[in-house]
Design a protein around this ligand. Structure first.
Ligand SMILES: [Zn+2]
Length: 285
């Protein structure tokens, strides 16, 4: 599943290749990929626009739109959530349309932006210029602060954990606590902090909360630098795989020796997800 660093990598890639060219048209190959409005209205709204700037909010991508003829005006936003297997690829228009292609955008420079999605949970929205993105894309309104923002302060994080009598791993996955942290980076940040995933947020010391907050920021920024994790399905906009996976401390390494102490990495189910941890480096108490 693409997490914050992968979505950020896609966002930066889109800003390098898709801006300024007119969208001449498009094609929706799977109706339900378009979450708002229906596919005809969606394509009509985007036709004749150019993309001014992409930004990431949590794991959402938002592209500011402008009429190509009047670039100072707003034509709303294009919203994208990749969910489990969504990919945005910038390809030469002559390239064969791959299996699992759900939406195509035709640009004026013999290029296409294609949305591919094997599992079909991914969604696209058009936000009209007189509406706020969070009005149309309901999940946006429920997101907590960005991990790199000032709002994700130690004071905020500590206060949020104070009343959480559930495993800290579950808290890190809560998008209302902090936006964009998923399974991989939650496991990695807990390892770097020496915190067992089952310990309750409320039971962490202030020093542990501080270490954990710093570790969350560190694993995410390291992974952005490395252009995202290696998934079978993750590709950058240019179709290149990320390369963080080989550097994981614990994620998906159950049974293999801990890179610090040699103890076999263990796995347990928490919040319906697999948590990976070193029982030696991350003691229960
Ligand atoms: Zn260890």
């Amino acid at each position: 599943v693409p997490e914050l660093p992968e979505v950020e990598t896609v966002c930066r890639g889109l800003n390098q290749v898709t801006l300024g060219d007119r969208i001449q048209g498009g094609e929706v190959l799977l109706e339900r990929t378009i979450a708002f409005p229906e596919s005809q209205g969606f394509l009509a709204a985007l036709q004749g626009c150019c993309l001014v700037q992409w930004e990431r909010r949590g794991k959402y991508l938002l592209a500011q739109l402008a009429p190509a003829a009047q670039p100072a005006q707003s034509a709303g936003y294009l919203g994208v959530h990749l969910r489990m297997t969504g990919q945005l690829l910038w390809v030469d228009a002559t390239q064969a349309v791959e299996k699992h292609t759900r939406v195509r955008f035709f640009f004026g420079n013999d290029h296409e932006l294609r949305f591919l999605d094997q599992r079909t949970f991914g969604q696209l929205w058009w936000v009209p210029p007189d509406r706020q993105p969070a009005d149309i894309i309901t999940g946006l309104g429920r997101l907590g602060p960005e991990p790199f923002s000032e709002q994700f302060s130690l004071e905020y994080f500590s206060r949020q954990l104070h009343h959480r009598h559930r495993p800290i791993k579950n808290a890190l996955l809560d998008q209302a606590l902090v936006a964009g942290v998923g399974n991989i980076y939650a496991d990695e940040a807990l390892f770097l902090s020496g915190i067992h995933p089952q310990i309750h947020g409320a039971d962490l010391t202030l020093a542990q909360r501080q270490r954990l907050r710093e570790s969350v920021i560190q694993v995410l920024s390291d992974s952005i630098t490395a252009k995202g994790t290696t998934f079978r399905t993750f590709r950058t906009v240019e179709g290149i795989n990320g390369n963080y996976g080989g550097q994981a401390w614990v994620y998906d390494r159950d049974g293999q020796p801990c890179k610090v102490c040699g103890t076999p990495i263990e796995r347990m189910k928490l919040a319906g997800r697999s948590a990976h941890f070193c029982p030696q480096c991350q003691p229960r108490s």
